[in-house]
Design a binder for this molecule. Structure first.
Ligand code: THU
Length: 131
């Protein structure tokens, strides 16, 4: 299955009664397996989670910690852009040149690398020096 097919399918399961904005995410891990996630909102608004976070959680729960490609889809006028928090979450598990495809249900698509999405990312190296 392609990332596009997987993300399109899981998007239908999004729980987005507040924003009415359904998002699907699919990531391919180093094994080749695809993990998916959708946004899960909550009546206590800040407790909602993004589609990307769900896909990452599924990957890690399955025992994988390296993503090699990601795709996010929504019914948006322009390619859906991962939020800042999700950029940091994706960067935790992918090298800087991992490709992230952002797309709409109508097929308006753009691509960026993780490094382009999160320039100057906070990394493990920033914590070196602490004893
Ligand atoms: N959302 C995602 O799930 N991923 C994104 O990349 C952008 C935003 C969700 C969060 C919230 O449920 C809804 O979209 C509106 O912000």
């Amino acid at each position: 299955m392609s990332l596009l097919t997987a993300a399109t399918k899981v998007r239908e399961n999004a729980h987005a009664p507040y924003s009415k904005f359904k998002v699907g995410a699919a990531i391919r891990a180093a094994s080749g397996n695809i993990y998916v996630g959708c946004n899960v909102e909550n009546v206590a608004y800040p407790e909602g989670t993004c589609a990307e976070a769900g896909a990452i959680a599924a990957m890690v729960a399955a025992g994988e910690t390296e993503l090699i490609e990601a795709l996010v889809i929504a019914d948006s006028p322009m390619p859906v852009s991962p939020c800042g928090g999700c950029r940091q979450k994706l960067a935790e598990f992918g090298v800087p040149d991992v490709k992230v495809t952002m797309t709409t249900v109508a097929g308006n698509t753009s691509e960026m690398t993780l490094a382009e999405l999160l320039p100057g990312a906070f990394t493990q190296e920033h914590m070196e020096g602490e004893s």
